[in-house]
Design a protein around this ligand. Structure first.
Ligand code: ADP
Length: 523
C-alpha cells in the first residue's frame, strides 16, 4: 500500500504549489523548464503575457528554433556554453515571434540544472524587453545624430559629465591641436591652454560646475603650428526632468581674427586720441604764435614807420643843414634796410591775418588782364632795372572774374616780383591769360633759376625759402607764396607751379570765371 501523506501535510503541499503556480501565472516573466535538447517541458501561464501563447501551445517547442535569424548565432553559442555543466547560467537577448506576428525582444536567463535530482531540467526565465530595446535604439540613434552634428560643426565641441570631467571632444580639436583623436583627453585642455589663461579658466570652470551657471570664457588655445589663437568657449548644463545636471555641452569658437581687429581698433582709437590731443595743443600753440606775431608786428611796424618817415625827410632835404653825399649814401642804405624790415613785418602781419581767418574778401567783377597789366606797369622800373622784359604769350583780351582786387593784386605782385627776382638779367617774363569753360587760368612764366622737384612740394608752405644761386642776393621771408595760396583758395581757386632747375618756372592761378565766390573769413 502506498504511503499516504497525512492530510494536513498534503494540504500544505497543495497550497504551496498553488501559490507558486499563481505567482508564475501573474509574473510578467515566463518561467519555463527545458529538457537537454531544449524542448519546453513546462511553461508558466505567464508565457501568455510574454508571447501571447497558452502554455499548452508552447510545450514541446524549442526557443532556439524561433529566434530571429540575426540573433540565432549568438543564442546558439551561449546555449552550447550552457550545456557544458551543471550550474552554468547564460543571459541572452534575442528576438522571437509573438503570437500576434510581431518580433519581440526577450531577455532570457537560463540556468543548467540538468544534474539536479529534483529539477532535472534547464530553468529559463524569459522577459519581454521590447520597450527597453526601443528606448535604447532611440537613444543610440539620437546620440549618433548628436555626434554627427558635433562632428560636422566648424566649432570645437566637448561634453563633460555632471562633475565637469570632459568625456568627449569632436574631431575639430584634433584638427586644430594636431593631437590625434584618441589621444585627446581632459588634460589636453591644460596642455593647450595658454599658461596665462590657465588658472582663471580652471577657477571659472569649477565655479560653473558648482553653481550650474553657464560657463563663458575667452582664452587662448595652442594650434598645431605652436601659435596661440583666441577662442570663446561657452558651456551649458543639460538637466534631467528633475532639474539635476546630467552633463555639460561646450563649444569653443575661434575669435582670434575678431580679437586682433578689436585690438587694432583699440590701438587706432588710442593713437587717434593722442593725435587729437597733439593737434589741439598744436592749434593752441599756433594760435598763440599767430597772436604773438600779429602783436609783435604791430609793435614793430609803428617805430619802423617812424624811422622811414624821418629818413625820407632827411633824404628829401627837410633838415635845416645840407646832407653831405657820404652821409646821404649811408642814409639811403639805412632807408633800404628799413624798407626791407617793413616788408618783413608786413608779410608777417598778412600771414597772421590769413591764419587767424580774419581776411574778408571784398569781391567785385574785374578784368584780370587789366589787373595784370597794372601790376606789370607798377613793377616796370624794377624789371627794366634788371634788364628784363615782360611779354604776352597770346594777345590778351579779357578775363572777367569776381575777385578781391586789392588782395589779388598783392598775389600777382608777389609772383611777378619773384619771377623777376629769381631770374638773371636780360630774361623775359611771359604772361598768359586763358579762359576755359568755367575757369580763368593766369600763367606767369620766367626763365630764372628754377626750383627743384622736391622743393616745389614745399613751396607754398610757410617760411619756405629755397636755396638757389640768387637767394643770397635777393631778400625774402618765404611767406609770400604761402599767403598767396591762402588768398587764392579763399577765391575757390588753385595755385600751382611747374619748374625746372636752371630753366625757369611757371606759376599758374586758376580762378572760377565770373562767379560770385562765397568764401568769407570770419572777422
Ligand atoms: P620770398 O620770395 O619772400 O622768399 P615766397 O614765398 O614768395 O617768399 O617764395 C618762397 C621761395 O620760393 C623763395 O625764397 C624762392 O626760393 C622760391 N621762389 C619763388 N618764386 C620763384 C621763382 N619764380 N623762381 C625760383 N624760385 C622761386
Amino acid at each position: 500500500m502506498p504511503k499516504t501523506l497525512p492530510v494536513e501535510q498534503y494540504n500544505t503541499l497543495i497550497q504551496s504549489e498553488e501559490r507558486f503556480r499563481t505567482l508564475f501565472a501573474k509574473s510578467t516573466d515566463a518561467v519555463q523548464l527545458l529538457d537537454e535538447a531544449g524542448h519546453i517541458i513546462y511553461s508558466s501561464d505567464s508565457v501568455k503575457n510574454v508571447l501571447g501563447y497558452d502554455p499548452s501551445e508552447v510545450l514541446g517547442l524549442r526557443p532556439l528554433d524561433y529566434a530571429h535569424p540575426d540573433d540565432l548565432p549568438e543564442f546558439k553559442r551561449q546555449y552550447a556554453r550552457l550545456l557544458k555543466k551543471e550550474g552554468v547560467r547564460i543571459d541572452v537577448e534575442y528576438r522571437v515571434l509573438h503570437k500576434n506576428g510581431s518580433w519581440v525582444w526577450l531577455e532570457a536567463t537560463i540556468v543548467n540544472h540538468l544534474q539536479n535530482p529534483v529539477i532535472n531540467a534547464l530553468v529559463g526565465n524569459f522577459r519581454n524587453i521590447t520597450k527597453r530595446k526601443e528606448i535604447e535604439r532611440a537613444l543610440a540613434e539620437s546620440e549618433a545624430r548628436l555626434r554627427f552634428m558635433a562632428e560636422s560643426m566648424p566649432q570645437k565641441i566637448f561634453t563633460a559629465d555632471a562633475k565637469g570631467f570632459i568625456n568627449y571632444f569632436n574631431p575639430q580639436w584634433s584638427e586644430y591641436t594636431g593631437i590625434p583623436i584618441g589621444k585627446i583627453r581632459p588634460e589636453t585642455f591644460g596642455e593647450i591652454l595658454h599658461p596665462n589663461d590657465y588658472e582663471e579658466n580652471i577657477k571659472t570652470w569649477n565655479q560653473s560646475i558648482a553653481t550650474g551657471d553657464p560657463f563663458v570664457y575667452e582664452h587662448r588655445f595652442r594650434a598645431a603650428n605652436g601659435k596661440y589663437r583666441w577662442h570663446l568657449t561657452r558651456a551649458r548644463p543639460m538637466r534631467d526632468a528633475k532639474g539635476n545636471i546630467i552633463s555639460w555641452l561646450g563649444s569653443s569658437t575661434d575669435i582670434d581674427d575678431i580679437k586682433q581687429a578689436q585690438r587694432r581698433q583699440q590701438r587706432l582709437e588710442r593713437q587717434k586720441a593722442v593725435l587729437t590731443e597733439q593737434r589741439r595743443q598744436l592749434v593752441e600753440i599756433n594760435k598763440a604764435k599767430d597772436e604773438f606775431i600779429s602783436l609783435a608786428s604791430h609793435q614793430l611796424r609803428t617805430p619802423a614807420t617812424g624811422v622811414k618817415q624821418y629818413l625820407a625827410m632827411i633824404l628829401e632835404g627837410y633838415a635845416s643843414v645840407p646832407v653831405p653825399d657820404e652821409i646821404r649814401s649811408m642814409i639811403e642804405i639805412a632807408y633800404e634796410s628799413n624798407e626791407r624790415q617793413l616788408k618783413i613785418v608786413d608779410d608777417l602781419l598778412k600771414v597772421a591775418y590769413v591764419d587767424a581767418g580774419k581776411i574778408r574778401l571784398e569781391e567785385e567783377k574785374y578784368d584780370m588782364v587789366r589787373l595784370l597789366k597794372d601790376v606789370v606797369r607798377e613793377h616796370d622800373s624794377v624789371i627794366r632795372g634788371r634788364k628784363q622784359k615782360v611779354a604776352w604769350a597770346n594777345k590778351p583780351s579779357q578775363g572777367t572774374v569776381y575777385i578781391d582786387v586789392h588782395l589779388m593784386r598783392m598775389v600777382l605782385e608777389n609772383i611777378i616780383d619773384n619771377a623777376s627776382k629769381y631770374s638773371p638779367e636780360g630774361k623775359t617774363i611771359t604772361l598768359d591769360v586763358e579762359a576755359t569753360k568755367k575757369h580763368l587760368i593766369v600763367s606767369i612764366k620766367d626763365e630764372g633759376v628754377g626750383i627743384g622737384e622736391e622743393d616745389c612740394k614745399n613751396l607754398f608752405k610757410k617760411f619756405s625759402r629755397i636755396d638757389n644761386p640768387l637767394s643770397a642776393i635777393v631778400g625774402g621771408t618765404g611767406l609770400g607764396l604761402y599767403w598767396a595760396k591762402q588768398v587764392i583758395e579763399l577765391h575757390k581757386g588753385k595755385i600751382a607751379v611747374k619748374s625746372e632747375v636752371g630753366k625757369g618756372s611757371t606759376f599758374t592761378i586758376k580762378i572760377p570765371l565770373a562767379q560770385q565766390t562765397t568764401a568769407k573769413a570770419a572777422d
